[in-house]
Design a binder for this molecule. Structure first.
Ligand code: BTN
Length: 272
């Protein structure tokens, strides 16, 4: 059972210390957090739901969010950042989730660019970052995190059954004890970790976020297929820029920067 008070108790001195809101069911925590931000809710407001009736994923996809089986949460940020640096916030969120999972379980997850968290070769968590901005300044950002916690294979729709995994499925397979890890522990750990990266991002060295992202990357060095707006091509990911764009050496030898879109990596999420 998700308990806002319990989560809050571990987060004093963070941006999340005062604004944790729990609701049993909502259409989408991103949509709810966005309406609250429009009405002036402060940075650090977190909306957590036990279930979502219209959970949203990247690229206009939906996100399966059954009751009691996952962490479905979104938080509001109001950073003084130019819009082109917002991608780093998303990378910070993915590193925070990876770090939290590693701290709690001892198992090191992977990050598939830009921000899918992978256990084994399947997706355990996705992040949807949405932004409200003017041409040169960010009004607010909503970071939405969806983490599969206790689903069995049969709980996933057939469309994602071969590519999705929950924490409990993976930990069971690895023989790791997991029954004492709660969703409250995960939320607290993710938010505490994000708070640290956010502070770094705003005050000092965003290179640190990229450095830590690299440690979890399953993308750099891999052969992959890039799904870009203007078509698809294959290549190898050679590096990531300080703004989070992937540098690809394409099969015809040219170098391309990919700052949005998606990649498929052989062997990951069912990709052949
Ligand atoms: C993805 O496509 O990988 C991103 C999935 C993000 C899902 C989370 S669940 C909480 C928040 N509310 C939403 O509607 N979406 C995000």
């Amino acid at each position: 059972i998700i308990n806002a008070e319990m989560i809050k108790s571990g987060l004093s001195d963070t941006i999340f210390e005062s604004g944790i809101i729990y609701t049993p069911a909502v259409d989408s925590t991103n949509t709810a957090a966005s309406s609250m931000a429009q009405e002036g809710a402060p940075e650090g407001t977190v909306v957590i739901a036990d279930s979502q009736t219209a959970g949203r994923g990247r690229m206009g996809r939906s996100w399966q969010s059954p009751p009691g089986k996952g962490v479905w949460m979104s938080f509001i940020l109001r950073p003084e950042l130019p819009a082109n640096e917002v991608q780093t916030v998303t990378l910070a969120a993915s590193v925070s989730v990876a770090q939290a999972l590693e701290r709690l379980t001892g198992i090191k997850p992977g990050i598939k660019w830009p921000n899918d968290i992978i256990l084994g070769s399947r997706k355990v968590c996705g992040i949807l970052t949405e932004m409200n901005s003017e041409i040169d300044r960010v009004n607010y950002i909503i970071v939405g995190i969806g983490l599969n916690f206790s689903q069995n294979e049969g709980d996933f729709g057939v469309d994602i059954r071969d590519t999705a995994v929950s924490m409990s499925m993976h930990l069971q397979k690895c023989g790791v004890k997991y029954k004492n890890i709660t969703r409250n522990d995960i939320i607290k750990e993710v938010l505490a970790s994000f708070d640290e990266y956010y502070e770094i991002l705003l005050t000092s060295d965003k290179g640190r976020i990229i450095t830590d992202w690299r440690k979890y990357s399953v993308t750099l060095g891999s052969r992959l297929r890039v799904h870009a707006r203007n078509g698809e091509y294959c290549g190898r990911a050679v590096d990531i820029t300080c703004d989070g764009a992937l540098i690809i050496e394409t099969d015809d030898g040219s170098i391309k920067n990919v700052s949005s879109g998606e990649v498929s990596i052989r062997g990951i999420m069912g990709c052949k």
